[in-house]
Design a protein around this ligand. Structure first.
Ligand code: 3HC
Length: 701
């Protein structure tokens, strides 16, 4: 059984004996069965031992508790229930004081709510993030919190799911008191506090009583239906908080239990919990040693991407040399950075002193020689192989031995770039997504000649930048762009559907923006010019070409697939639709109606098929890595678990049949999976993927 609870007896300054109970289950003291059994046993001993006057509950230095053990959810939770343990804490006749250092999250914060007082160090954080796992605080959190801070504030706190730092948490009433100093000061203060509280009437300190104050929550329902569109948990949370207002504690707890169970068995909870582990797993690459993160980063190109990467580095303690050989571009990049930070000061998300510090850590330069001391250099110029090769030859000349030479290309061959240097083993791809200081994903591209220790340094770079960092193979588009680029939207728009029909289906599926709105945002000119330059004639892109020729470049020109007002709000545009209809006429296509499900199949089953191709080619290490890339790089709805998880949930035989019906060439791995009825993360599937990966990479590790 994982975890335990330790007990040590301490004597307070008034001579009374206080039991210090410490949850012990590394790394985050999750409430696994062993911890729950330990708590149950220690609480019984607390009641039985008349020499002990009070108790302090802690998690040791640095972390109080990260909540229920999420890995138990899939296998079934056994042992004493957390709800009963919290009730036992609350009903104890002897005061129990929580001493919180580090995070108190989910079930961990619910345990703290069961304690009679909550003392916190400045490192403490309070949070009920269950909503991000597709569930709700199911051990009384939706009931005790409204009785503590009120219904409306509780709805916001639980539906946002964002942890709150100690000082703010005290202001909101989530903690009772802040204690200065380190963990031992906190523990000492909690022991003294508990000793003084011994013998007091605890009735008013028990939150599991009566009802919460009345509040009007219908507005909140609408608010969260919009801000957490498509998610079931927020609405269930509001129902529980409504029950906290309307019903006595015991009855309202039944509502919480029932809503919790409904969510827990649903597909959203399963997908979000899968994502929780997927996000953490993708950073782990078998065979790569740990490496030190770079302290100084050079960035070549001060455009939108380069300046975004510079901000991202500066904000995470990496010194930057921002290089552009054109002084005007460099000035423009630095001005953009300053403007961005000025807005942060206006919005009070950063202080002027912080911004001054960040700007001081970015050194603008027009000379390659200034990159000589950098640990990593990221090239971030536009997508032109000749230019990139020239830059890498120059980097080869000036960079110190061991410097990681990275390209931020979004699809060019890393190996061809590496050939321009005499050290191809030091060359990797670091593919940021725009805007680089906002988007959470970093794809680290492994070229065929990239050395493992260089790859390890690139992974450490991503971790230092707090990016969701995924190692991917060197293929056109890498993972996120490659799989999302095969989405069948061009096929639909050319096959008789108008932009708003396609986007409505995609957005109802959970995409933040449908594909034609997305194209308008990115700008049709970006791809149009490239296609023109290469003289590409793609029979699938006739509508696109018609839009481009009509200078309908998207938001930037006020018109694209839609028209845009001054605030960039989109609306259907008869002119654009007439253009599309003209293309249909020329192609002999009739306008069509398709169901939401049919549209989604055409849009996203090709993505699943391409994901399988990435796996069989050894370009992705795991199916869940592909999901992570799409969720964090393309805002694919997290609550479906990403395209691969979604594909598996449809059944691989169904996916294969539809892919074949669409006339696409199915992946061999998909065929095998459909025939063998693989499930995601099943042993057989993982073995198939691992063998493709190993045959490509193991010899190089
Ligand atoms: N259950 C099981 N494992 C957990 C866990 C949890 N609640 N929280 C973290 N872990 C594991 C991670 O999977 C990771 O394992 P690995 O090393 O094998 O990959 C390890 O602990 C360390 O986690 P992180 O890499 O995330 O470490 P950080 O220091 O960056 O973050 C954290 C720590 C802030 C606690 C973060 O892990 C986190 O946010 N955890 C989830 C918190 C949460 O959602 N709690 C609610 C759980 S549901 C619940 O309580 C239901 C209740 O209402 C009944």
């Amino acid at each position: 059984m994982k975890g335990q609870v330790l007990c040590e007896k301490r004597t307070a300054s008034d001579g009374s004996c206080v039991a210090v109970l410490t949850m012990d289950n590394k790394p985050v003291n999750a409430l696994s069965a062993g911890v729950r059994v330990g708590l149950e046993k220690q609480l019984q001993e607390l009641t039985a031992d008349s020499s002990v006057k009070a108790a302090v509950l802690s998690g040791g230095p640095g972390v109080f508790c990260g909540g229920a053990d999420i890995s138990e959810f899939a296998t079934g939770v056994e042992g004493p229930s957390l709800t009963d343990i919290i009730a036992a804490i609350e009903n104890s006749e002897k005061p129990v004081v929580a001493a919180i250092d580090g995070v108190s999250l989910g079930g961990g914060y619910e345990v703290a709510l069961g304690c009679h007082w909550r003392l916190a160090s400045s490192r403490a954080q309070a949070g009920l993030p269950e909503v991000n796992l597709g569930i709700l605080p199911g051990a009384g959190g939706t009931q005790r919190l409204p009785r503590l801070i009120g219904a409306e504030k509780s709805v916001d706190f639980i539906c946002r799911g964002t942890p709150m730092k100690a000082q703010k948490a005290v202001q909101l009433g989530l903690y009772d008191q802040l204690v200065d100093g380190d963990y031992s000061s906190l523990l000492q203060a909690a022991v003294e506090f508990a000793a003084k509280a011994a013998g007091q009437d605890l009735t008013l300190r028990r939150l599991g009583r009566g009802k919460a104050k009345a509040a009007e929550l219908s507005q909140k329902r609408q608010e969260y239906a919009k801000s957490r569109k498509g998610e079931l948990a927020p609405q269930a949370i509001i129902s529980c908080v409504e029950a906290a207002v309307a019903q006595d504690f015991q009855d309202a707890m039944k509502v919480e239990f029932s809503e919790f169970c409904k969510l827990m068995v649903g597909p959203q909870a399963q997908a979000l919990q899968y994502m929780f582990f997927a996000q953490r797993q993708c950073q782990k690459v078998p065979g790569l040693d740990k490496a030190a993160a770079p302290g100084t980063c050079g960035i070549v190109g001060a455009g939108l991407m380069g300046s975004g990467i510079a901000m991202c580095c500066a904000e995470n303690g990496i010194k930057v040399v921002l290089l552009d050989i054109d002084q005007k571009n460099l000035d423009r990049g630095m001005t953009a950075i300053k403007k961005n930070y000025a807005r942060s000061v206006e919005r009070k998300s950063k202080s002027q002193a912080q911004v001054d510090g960040l700007l001081a850590s970015i050194t603008p330069s027009t000379s390659y020689d200034s990159l000589g001391h950098c640990d990593i250099v990221v090239e971030a110029v536009f997508e032109n192989m000749d230019l990139k090769r020239k830059i890498f030859a120059e980097l080869d000349r000036v960079c110190k031995p061991g410097c990681v030479l990275a390209s931020n290309t979004s699809g060019l061959n890393i190996d061809s770039i590496a050939e321009a240097t005499k050290r191809p083993q030091d060359v990797v791809g670091c593919h940021f997504f725009s805007p680089a200081n906002v988007m959470p994903l970093l794809e680290n591209v492994r070229g065929p000649r990239t050395a493992p220790q260089v790859m390890a340094k690139a992974m450490a770079f991503g971790a230092k930048l707090k990016k969701v960092t995924c190692l991917v193979g060197n293929c056109p588009g890498f993972i996120a762009n490659r799989v999302m680029n095969v989405s069948g939207w061009t096929h639909l728009i050319q096959g008789g559907l108008l932009p708003h029909q396609i986007d409505a289906a995609a957005e109802a599926f959970g995409m933040r923006m449908g594909p034609t709105r997305m194209m308008d945002l990115v700008g049709l000119d970006l791809f149009g010019r490239e296609r023109e330059r290469k003289g590409e004639q793609d029979p699938d892109r006739v509508v696109f070409d018609a839009m481009y020729k009509a200078s309908r470049f998207g938001q930037k020109s006020g018109k694209g697939y839609y028209s845009y007002d001054a605030s960039r709000r989109h609306s259907r545009d008869p002119e654009a639709e007439a253009l599309i209809q003209q293309v249909w006429k020329n192609l002999g296509v009739q306008p069509r109606e398709m169901s939401q499900e049919e549209i989604i199949d055409v849009l996203y089953l090709p993505v699943v098929n391409e994901g399988f191709k990435c796996l069989e080619e050894g370009m992705a290490l795991r199916a869940s890595d592909i999901d992570v890339c799409c969720v964090f790089g393309y805002n694919w709805p997290r609550y479906t678990g990403g395209p691969m998880k979604w594909g598996f949930s449809l059944g691989l035989d169904q996916v294969l049949a539809k892919v074949e019906k669409m006339g696409l060439k199915p992946s061999e791995l998909l065929k095998e999976g459909a025939q063998k009825k693989w499930r995601i993360n099943s042993k057989e599937f993982n073995a198939g993927v691992a063998s493709a990966w190993n045959s490509r990479w193991t010899s190089k590790l």
